[in-house]
Design a protein around this ligand. Structure first.
Ligand code: SAH
Length: 215
């Protein structure tokens, strides 16, 4: 049986994204366009457009499509924005960001994942993504300040370097909590301090590193 991935994507966007209230046209267009099935291991390809996260290599996961859409929408991205992503993983969220804004900086701890993600993103033609293998809880100081920062792994607390690298008016979206459940938070930097909103409860793989889980 061959799968019509174009139809699968149309259905995913209609039944998982739009019905749940995501209205941003650029996000919708990006998710209709990006071949999500190429970002998952072969044996999971038939499930690539299902309403759930899926396993990728190295015991990590590719986020559920709706969570990708919600986090991206919460970043309130403009076309000239510079965005930092922590936790490249499969590279799917990276591609969504690259469709929407000028420059995407992405950091991944595990070389094996970064290698396949950058290979695929290059093959798909993305030229506005800069990637490095490192501990993303330290941010990427050389390219600060960022208009938006997205963390796609669960943190025990807000990593201080990420707050410091946020531009005035900048948005940080990050799951914070314990290993079983986190609250997806949106932080906005204003002249008078950091403002925090809770979006929903979620479950991400752990954010490792110096300002993450230590083991
Ligand atoms: N957005 C990705 C999510 C991958 S899962 C996707 O949808 O495919 C989270 C990723 O965060 C994993 O790849 C994990 O290796 C990575 N990660 C965990 N701690 C990290 C850290 N300190 N710095 C960078 N990446 C980290």
């Amino acid at each position: 049986m061959t799968i019509d991935y174009f139809l699968e994507r149309e259905k995913m966007v209609k039944e998982q994204i739009v019905v749940r209230g995501i209205r941003n046209e650029k996000i919708i267009a990006a998710m209709k366009k990006i071949p999500r099935h190429l970002f998952v291991p072969d044996k999971w390809q038939v499930q690539a457009y299902a309403d759930r996260p899926l396993p990728i290599e190295m015991q990590q996961t590719i986020s559920q499509p709706y969570i990708v859409a919600l986090m991206t929408e919460s970043l309130r991205l403009g076309p000239t924005d510079k965005v930092l992503e922590i936790g490249t993983g499969s590279g799917y969220q990276t591609a969504v960001l690259a469709e929407i804004c000028n420059s995407v900086y992405t950091v991944e701890l595990l070389p094996e994942l970064m290698e396949s993600a950058t290979e695929l993103l290059g093959r798909l033609g993305y030229r506005n993504i800069v990637a490095k293998i490192d501990d993303g809880t330290l941010g990427w100081p050389e390219h600060q300040l960022y208009d938006a920062i997205i963390v796609t792994a669960g943190a025990p607390h807000l990593p201080q370097p990420l707050l410091a690298q946020l531009a005035d008016g900048g948005r940080l979206v990050i799951p914070v909590g314990n290993s079983l459940s986190q609250s997806l938070k949106k932080i906005v930097r204003r002249p008078d301090g950091f403002w925090e909103d809770q979006l929903l409860q979620c479950q991400f793989v752990p954010l490792r590193g110096q300002h993450g889980w230590q083991q």
